[in-house]
Design a protein around this ligand. Structure first.
Ligand code: V4E
Length: 226
């Protein structure tokens, strides 16, 4: 992660037997393969995810992804560019715990006692104070590629519950140019021969929730969060 607070612009895609070959053909360079465990946290009532806020721990680090529907609006786009933009998600990514805590607390006001945050952040007592517990946990095998000319990353993910998905991703520093990130992703998707329709591809979490928390999944779907 380059920036403490950045906007992640991302398009997911379906991988097939030719994906690796196509990546090579368009000049993508493999920059590594790694495995990581993701643990997602929420209250029993799902206060966070119902507000499109995703709190997770990955490799011992806390990350909060928040919806940014207001960032880099697509109103000025038309035709193919507007359709391509609709296939992308835009989330603010916060990786600094003292920055994450007040945002989470703000949403879970009722459930929490007012205790000295600085002390609680040293251990993990802030989780129980805010009534947060892990509701999803899975491991991902990820192969990452870069496409230098576009300045973006492509990840091929294999989750341990049997779901395979690709992502084209650009990290934009806060206040940076989201439109140009959308354009880079559109061009790369074109090079990869991805469909131009309006069907978003499901992420790992969406599939995990559908299988493991079907009622919550249905709620998120009805609120158009997923
Ligand atoms: C479900 C969800 C979020 C949590 C997971 O975010 P995701 O980008 O899927 O994580 P990951 O591990 O695949 O990528 P990384 O963070 O390593 O780049 S954040 C937002 N959502 C909702 C959501 C949505 N509405 N639509 C799509 C296509 N994906 C996610």
């Amino acid at each position: 992660m380059l920036f403490q607070m950045s906007v992640e612009v991302e398009r997911k895609f379906v991988c097939n037997a030719d994906t690796l070959k196509t990546l090579e053909e368009i000049g993508a360079v493999c920059v590594g393969q790694r495995q990581f465990l993701d643990q997602y946290f929420d209250t029993p009532e799902f206060h966070l995810t119902l507000r499109d806020m995703w709190l997770r721990k990955r490799k011992g680090c806390w990350e909060l992804k928040c919806s940014t529907s207001a960032v880099g609006g697509t109103e000025e786009l038309s035709g193919e560019r507007s359709k391509a933009a609709a296939l992308c998600t835009r989330y603010k990514e916060i990786t600094d715990l003292p920055e994450i805590y007040p945002r989470v607390k703000e949403v879970i006001k009722d459930a929490c006692e007012d205790t000295e945050a600085a002390l609680m952040l040293e251990d993990e007592s802030w989780l129980s104070k805010l009534n947060l517990a892990c509701f999803a946990e899975f491991t991902t095998d990820r192969r990452s590629f870069t496409l230098e000319e576009e300045g973006l990353q492509i990840d091929l993910d294999q989750a341990d519950f049997g779901y395979h998905v690709g992502e084209i991703e650009v990290l934009v520093p806060e206040g940076g140019d989201v439109q140009s990130a959308l354009e880079k992703i559109r061009k790369t998707a074109q090079k990869l021969g991805l469909p131009t329709g309006d069907q978003r591809v499901e992420g790992k979490m969406t599939v995990y929730l559908k299988r493991n928390h079907p009622e919550h999944y249905a709620k998120l779907l009805s609120k158009q969060i997923l």
